[in-house]
Ligand binder design. Structure first.
Ligand code: BDR
Ligand code: CA
Length: 315
């Protein structure tokens, strides 16, 4: 049976790679995408999600929901056109821009409709998802499981020395989700920084013709990463590997630990995700723990990613 997934995304390049993976996969049914500020402003995130829909086969189209516009910190968000492009599409500017109707509470109907069988995957800032916990805690308990791309546990961050972008940009929202979500799995930079798609993989996927979008997007994204770190071998597809996690749990190694998010604004460790990995530490009864991915098998990731993106069997 296909996994029914409600996706919360900040619609940058790696979010779109995840979306392409989702609509090419026979194992995923996207039941909605919540388009949030983050990599680009909310308005553009919604417009880009609508633009993307022109590439999605009719039978696989899904509702697009306008998410949050600003973080719970009340700070003005910072956007990242140098990584993701003006519209989250690298060099592509959509010719026709959709309207940006406010329909946030459609999320409630979607969660009710798929009562008990819905997987939530969050691959952007956590503001919208945290808002659901503030407003609908009981309803959120009916979600089967939740996967979040975020955090960096005792490894370097990507937006500061210690913090990952999704947690850093709204640490209050991240903390709300950590404190209230059940059945939560976190896919942090510890894993996603190594989910690399090389230029050779991109060219091969492109030659197979299943998606014409992937190459312009990942060429743009890779140029940024390569300039920042000339050693890097390809693009880290943070969000695609997170979307794959509910399907391929066997690809990861996990630990169950309590998570703390530093919310002090402007502090050197704003948004840092902390967990106690000392082997002799005993957690008190009743402490809320989450599953954190600390490792994954690259070969499995490669085979499963390439199979979906090319339509050929890799194993
Ligand atoms: C995460 O931050 C966003 O910019 C990316 O799309 C990804 O979800 C990586 O830190
Ligand atoms: Ca993202």
């Amino acid at each position: 049976m296909k996994k029914k997934i409600l996706l919360f995304a900040d619609v940058g390049i790696d979010d779109i790679v995840a979306l392409i993976y989702a609509y090419l996969s026979d194992d995923i049914e996207l039941v909605g995408v919540v388009a949030d500020y983050g990599n680009v402003p909310r308005e553009r995130a919604i417009q880009t999600a609508n633009y993307l829909m022109t590439y999605v086969p009719e039978e696989k189209r899904f509702p697009i929901i306008g998410g949050a516009q600003i973080p719970m910190t009340a700070e003005e968000p910072t956007f990242y056109p140098e990584i993701h492009g003006e519209y989250g599409l690298g060099p592509i500017i959509p010719e026709v821009l959709s309207d940006t109707t406010e329909n946030f509470f459609e999320i409630v109907n979607i969660i009710k409709q798929y009562d008990g069988e819905l997987t939530v995957v969050s691959i952007g800032r956590l503001t919208s998802l945290a808002s659901m916990y503030l407003l609908y805690p009981d309803l959120m308990d009916s979600v089967k499981d939740i996967y979040v791309m975020g955090g960096a546990f005792w490894v370097p961050g990507n937006v500061t020395a210690v913090s990952e972008a999704n947690f850093y940009s709204d640490p209050i929202a991240a903390r709300i989700v950590m404190n209230y979500a059940n059945n939560l799995t976190i896919i942090p930079l510890n894993v996603t920084d190594f989910a690399i798609v090389t230029p050779q993989m991109v060219d091969y996927i492109d030659s197979k013709g299943k998606t014409e979008l992937l190459k312009p997007l990942l060429d743009y994204y890779y140029a940024y990463y390569k300039e920042r770190n000339p050693e890097i071998q390809g693009s880290p597809v943070h969000d695609a590997i997170t979307l794959m996690a509910p399907l391929y749990e066997d690809m990861f190694t996990f630990k169950e630990l309590q998570v703390y998010i530093e919310t002090t604004e402007g502090h050197v460790n704003q948004g840092q995700s902390i967990t106690d990995i000392r082997p002799y530490i005993k957690f008190e009864n009743g402490v809320r723990k989450h599953r954190i991915a600390f490792g994954f098998d690259y070969k499995t990731f490669y085979n499963r990613f390439m199979t979906v993106m090319t339509g050929e069997a890799f194993d």
